[in-house]
Design a protein around this ligand. Structure first.
Ligand code: HMG
Ligand code: MG
Length: 306
């Protein structure tokens, strides 16, 4: 066991969470969520994605949201860019509105790659390569998301070798950090550890993060299993928002509130104020007309009310 002493959380709620909403979410609500997250102490926020509005209409207001946020010093703002068109759109604004980090997103499963980004894994790498080069040339950090690293909605179980192959492809084109994603939340701790192990053959421990959806209620366990391997960076979603439009039935990422509660209890530093974080989750949940999908949020709000 080599538990980290501090953990960096990337709140992906504004992007991964809200991309999957059926109802339109106004840009000012998304901006309000980003502001509340940074006020709660989040140091990295995945704000939006520059993808086709025909594919993901919820992210069509990407430029408006990036323009509308008031940036806080020390916070990194990231966006998804699947191709050069997306990257060019992300940097069409004045420099101060550029993302600090971009995310190219590939899959360990061929079928998911086709469904999500309309190309094979090999073609996706060809599309990403110029994006990675252009971003690095401009001093923008490049993260790679690796979907379906334990299971795929179309292909079923995914072998760790497929994850290792994708990690190597990402490394070869200059992607600086990779996220090991359990897109549909089917992973269990040992399977997730195997996916991470396969990734660690190509990336150092400081350049790997965990991104676990909670469909089967395994995400917190998978986070603990990853912590035990020394992984100290996680994508989580405020109020447990979200899912992927191309992974039917998959629910949101593990709730940021639940992860922060667990880490606090383990004496692991996050820099996040749990009370303010809970309020951020309540804010976005109220805007969506539902309860936050976080047990810790519910328990703490019940206690507050009492
Ligand atoms: P395509 O149809 O193959 O692209 O889509 P294309 O290059 O042939 O272009 C077709 C049309 O899309 C053209 O417009 C392009 O201009 C436009 P038309 O001439 O028909 O009017 N287009 C774009 N418009 C805006 N921004 C762009 C862009 N690119 C092309 N960047 C593409 C390929 C990747 C664009 C499409 O498949 C797409 O947008 N997919 C989105 C998938 C997505 O956002 N999925 C959810 C995010 S990933 C995720 O959630 C997983 C993650 O959380 C990790 C995990 O949990 O696994 C990260
Ligand atoms: Mg995701």
């Amino acid at each position: 066991m080599k538990l980290p002493t501090h953990v960096k959380i990337v709140d992906v709620g504004p992007r991964d969470g809200l991309q999957n909403e059926k109802q339109p979410v106004p840009a000012d609500v998304k901006i309000g969520l980003v502001h509340r997250l940074q006020d709660a102490g989040l140091r990295e926020i995945e704000v939006t994605s520059f993808v086709s509005p025909k594919w993901v209409p919820q992210m069509a207001d990407n430029a408006e949201v990036m323009h509308g946020i008031t940036r806080k010093a020390g916070v990194r703002y990231s966006v998804l860019t699947p191709n050069m068109k997306g990257f060019e759109a992300a940097i069409a604004a004045p420099r101060e509105e550029w993302p600090d980090e971009i995310v190219v997103f590939g899959a360990a499963s061929e079928a998911f790659s086709q469904k999500n980004i309309n190309c094979s894994i090999a073609e996706s790498i060809e599309r990403f390569a110029p994006v990675v080069a252009a971003a690095r040339d401009k001093g923008i950090y490049v993260r790679g998301a690796m979907s379906c690293t334990v299971g795929c909605p179309y292909e079923g179980e995914i072998a760790p070798e497929a994850v290792g192959r994708l990690a190597k492809l990402m490394k070869d084109i200059g992607v600086q950090h990779v996220g090991v994603a359990d897109t549909i939340g089917v992973g269990t701790p040992v399977k997730v550890q195997r996916a991470i192990e396969a990734t660690l053959a190509h990336y150092g421990i400081d350049d790997v993060s965990g991104h676990y959806h909670d469909t089967y209620g395994q995400a917190l366990g998978n986070t603990l299993a990853s912590l035990e391997m020394g992984v100290w960076q996680y994508d989580t979603s405020s109020a447990g928002l979200g899912g992927c439009p191309y992974a039917k039935g998959a629910t949101g990422n593990v709730a940021t509130e639940d992860v922060v509660y667990m880490l606090q209890g383990m004496g692991i530093e996050t820099g996040i104020d749990l009370d303010k974080l809970i309020d951020a989750g309540v804010y976005i949940s109220q805007a969506l007309g539902r309860e936050p999908n976080s047990r810790a949020s519910k328990a703490i709000r019940t206690k507050r009310a009492g």
